[in-house]
Write a protein that binds this ligand. Structure first.
Ligand code: NZQ
Ligand code: ZN
Length: 390
């Protein structure tokens, strides 16, 4: 097992009607400054959540300004607008109300407001550590990215077709409010993208060469089995609070790193997917459903016992040689994605063009190699895109 520091600083307030606690729960972090209320394209207005959050801020006497309009795969241009607002309006806290895109945009604003105009080059293009950020809080409306308790922020520089991330303990939210009732309005496709993303967050941690990690192996396997079981139930009964609650908890646990401690994760499938959504603006969870089986197909021979364990303990594959078990598990994973309505071939994803595979692979790793289970070169990655196309 690897050495680790685990500091879960996010206070999670989970359950029905919890958004009325927004004002009171963020008040200790604001001081005498204002809040920037950040949100997406209107789902929170239509559902009435916007009004309830605003009421809770007013009830605590919290002054706020607002910036809506975050789109999925959040854009750097809006982040820069938010940074300007922070500077001109004396903002001391950012409240993100929405999904991973809103939260990630809020985190980027939080970093940029402290770091200066070159924050993108320093912290996203390069990986200079973030030393300061405005504190943030969230009211989550979609279980998916896990950004409500993660140190990550992923932002798209649209003109340059780059989707890049920064990771810093400074942007882990102080408070996140998770009310499963708020997710009842989610359409089936977003529900499925979310399930795909949270499963991927666990697989990225599970597929490791680190040994003697039995505790987190078992936690990962249990959480993966739960997501595989619950996601189809949520889709079959979208108004069922209890299923929505289970999947919302899973999304948070999948990415607050409690399942990744002491082990070196892989994360290449995420990087490979981000190149896809950077160019074609597809949903992250949709891209992962296509890329994960293709990645497994390409890399599994680097650590056969780990993939056999996955086959046996996650998909109950007991029969056959090691290679046959792994193939059955990859087939079972594809079948699960399809059962929740997701495509498993790049060919089926609208707009994706094969002639960009080499460019995407090059952008992903340059002339070097990266990865946990297996070090991937640009040739490996182009091959993974080709497998995903079949
Ligand atoms: O903008 P609005 O109107 O709110 O609509 C959103 C959006 O269109 C809608 N939606 C959200 N909650 C809803 C709802 N519609 C009806 N009812 C509700 N309750 O859903 C759409 C998708 O929202 P988005 O925030 O984009 O989804 P998600 O949470 O999946 O976030 C995806 C982003 O997170 C990044 C992804 O790359 C992608 O950019 N990730 C962030 C991570 C992190 N920060 O740790 C890790 C992940 O691996 C991921 O990369
Ligand atoms: Zn993800």
């Amino acid at each position: 097992m690897e050495d680790f520091v685990f500091h879960a600083r996010t206070k999670i307030i989970f359950g029905r009607n919890t958004e009325v606690q927004t004002g009171a729960s963020i008040k200790p972090f604001i001081g005498d400054k204002k809040v920037l209320l950040h949100y997406g394209q209107g789902s929170i207005v239509r559902s009435g959540l916007y009004d309830r959050v605003v009421d809770s801020l007013k009830a605590e006497g919290i002054e706020f300004v607002e910036l809506g309009g975050v789109v999925p795969n959040p854009r750097l241009a809006l982040v820069r607008e938010g940074i300007e607002m922070c500077r001109s309006q004396d903002i001391g806290f950012i409240l993100a109300v929405g999904g991973g895109s809103v939260i990630d945009s809020a985190k980027a604003i939080a970093i940029g407001a402290c770091a200066g105009d070159d924050f993108w080059e320093r912290h996203y293009v390069s990986d200079e550590p973030v030393i300061e950020a405005i504190p943030i809080g969230t009211v989550l409306t979609i279980p998916a990215a896990g950004s409500e308790a993660s140190p990550g922020t992923v932002v798209t520089d649209e003109p340059n077709e780059r989707k890049l991330y920064a990771v810093s303990a400074e942007v882990v939210p102080m408070v996140s409010i998770l009310n499963p009732e708020l997710t009842l309005t989610l359409p089936a496709d977003q529900t499925a993208y979310g399930a795909s993303d949270m499963l991927a967050h666990i697989m990225e941690r599970y597929f490791t060469n680190t040994e003697h990690v039995e505790v987190t192996d078992c936690l990962c396997e249990g959480a993966m089995r739960a997501i595989i079981k619950i996601a189809p139930l949520v889709l079959a009964e979208p108004d069922n609070y209890d299923y929505r609650a289970e999947i919302m908890l899973a999304g948070m646990v999948a990415h607050n790193d409690s399942l990744g401690i002491g082990r070196i994760g892989d994360w290449m499938t995420h990087d490979i997917e981000h190149e896809l959504s950077a160019i074609w603006d597809i949903a992250h969870g949709a891209g992962l459903a296509v890329m994960f089986p293709a990645w497994m197909q390409h890399v599994h021979r680097s650590n056969i016992p780990r993939f056999v364990r996955f086959a046996e303990n996650v998909f109950d594959v007991r029969e056959g040689s090691d290679e046959e078990k792994i193939q059955k598990a990859i087939d079972a994973l594809r079948a699960w994605y399809q059962s929740i309505g997701l495509c498993t071939s790049l060919r089926e994803l609208e707009a994706v063009e094969q002639d960009k595979f080499e460019l995407m692979a090059e952008r992903c790793v340059g002339d070097g190699a990266r990865g946990g289970i297996m070090q991937l070169t640009k040739n490996d990655i182009a091959e993974i895109y080709r497998i995903a196309w079949q």
